[in-house]
Design a protein around this ligand. Structure first.
Ligand code: NAD
Ligand code: TYD
Length: 348
């Protein structure tokens, strides 16, 4: 079986690629990635020489390159993660999100439709999406698979748009698809622009921790390895034409999470308790900031038996340990040196 993973050099994609390459020696895993600022092949150093792994540097907005790749390989399954993924960047440059998240997804859908058109059996386009497409919750309630779409940020709107196109290709052309919408991930290899890795890095460096607004925004956090496990479960056992919500059953107000992070980091860095909390700095709020996300993941649990394997405390502890044990990874990412890795490994 040939499986194409898009965005496999990114945070979640690299954990998906590692899992598939390691667990399924009979499959060949193709990792398609444009290596934007968020793509880092150092994430996959441990499996890059595996005989069932191939890296393809391709931009999903490049229709010629996509069609060329699909004419060379008849992929059986596509797991589509490549995306612009940071809300703050989407506020600065929304069009970049339309190009990659909407047009790029369309290019992949068209390539699958054309390549598979004579035979859709055993083929699958698995689209990885986010809970942010559902908008914001009030104090109560959870997002289910039937919650109406109500995106607020340009990032969420671009992901919602791509979800709609995937379903439209299923309805109109019979393209076999699955969509999963997941809550906020955290874990190793997370680019330090998102809340948890940014704050871990700032605590190490004793830099301010910029808390948006009053800090009372709520997110549902899932360990990235549990998300990769869910994706593995869904690609093998999910029902074609279905949507699955994936979440950690784990809601935290930002400020409570940040205080916990500070406390654990003070312990691990042998600093006096309370040291890191002095770095907390309230800053201007993010425009259109969604108040609360929380996922009802009972469908994937009941139908496919998936549930998170670690508690938040365990996952956060492992994540902090990973960042403290991989200072070179952090240094390369923050200095930009990780970009030289592709040249060294693939072009020299
Ligand atoms: P990321 O930003 O860490 O990685 C994205 C990857 O896509 C990078 O390797 C980047 O190089 C690649 N990419 C970007 N534009 C590309 C293009 N035009 N062509 C080819 N490759 C391109 O993102 P992530 O956090 O790993 O998220 C992966 C997917 O999961 C995204 O679709 C995101 O919407 C979704 N998601 C993320 C979260 C989360 O908490 N991080 C939660 C739910 C869903
Ligand atoms: P983020 O990691 O960007 O994920 P998302 O916006 O996709 O949920 O942000 C998580 C939460 O943390 C969100 O409520 C915004 C907040 N936040 C801060 O308060 N300060 C920061 O510097 C960042 C990056 C996020």
């Amino acid at each position: 079986m040939k499986v194409l993973v898009t965005g496999g050099a990114g945070f979640i994609g690299s954990h998906v690629v590692r899992r598939l390459v390691t667990n399924y020696p009979d499959y060949h895993i193709y990792n398609l990635d444009a290596l934007t600022y968020a793509g880092n092949l150092e994430n996959l150093r441990d499996i890059e020489k595996a005989s069932n792994y191939t890296f393809c540097k391709v931009d999903i907005t490049d229709v010629v390159a996509i069609n060329d790749l699909f004419s060379k390989h008849t992929f059986d399954k596509v797991i589509h993660l490549a995306a612009e993924s940071h809300v703050d960047r989407s506020i600065e440059d929304p069009l970049a999100f339309v190009k990659t998240n909407v047009i790029g997804t369309m290019n992949l859908l068209n390539a699958c439709k054309e390549t598979w058109k004579h035979n859709f059996s055993n083929k699958l386009f698995y689209h990885i999406s986010t809970d942010e497409v559902y908008g914001s919750l009030g104090e109560d309630g959870l997002f289910t698979e039937t919650s109406p779409y109500d995106p607020n940020s340009p990032y969420a709107a671009s992901k919602a748009s791509s979800d709609h196109f995937v379903r439209a290709y299923g309805e109109t052309y019979g393209l076999p698809y699955i969509i999963s919408n997941c809550s906020n991930n955290y874990g190793p290899n997370h680019f330090p622009e998102k809340l948890i890795p940014l704050f871990i890095n700032n605590i190490i460096e004793m830099r301010p921790l910029p808390v948006y607004g009053d800090g009372k925004y709520t997110r549902d956090w899932l360990y990235v390895i549990d998300h990769a496990n869910a994706i593995d479960t869904i690609i093998h056992n999910g029902e074609v034409g279905s949507t699955y919500n994936i979440g950690g059953f784990n809601e935290w107000q930002n400020i409570d999470l940040i205080r916990l992070l500070c406390k654990i980091m003070d312990g691990k860095l042998s600093r006096k308790q309370g040291t890191s909390e002095t770095l907390i700095t309230y800053v201007k709020d993010r425009p259109g900031h969604d108040k609360r996300y929380a996922i009802d993941a009972s469908k994937v649990h009941k139908e496919l038996g998936w549930k998170p394997s670690v508690t938040f405390e365990e996952g956060l502890d492992q994540t902090i340990d990973w960042y403290l044990s991989n200072p070179k990874w952090l240094e390369h990412v923050t200095s930009g040196a990780y970009k030289d890795y592709y040249t060294k490994m693939y072009l020299s």
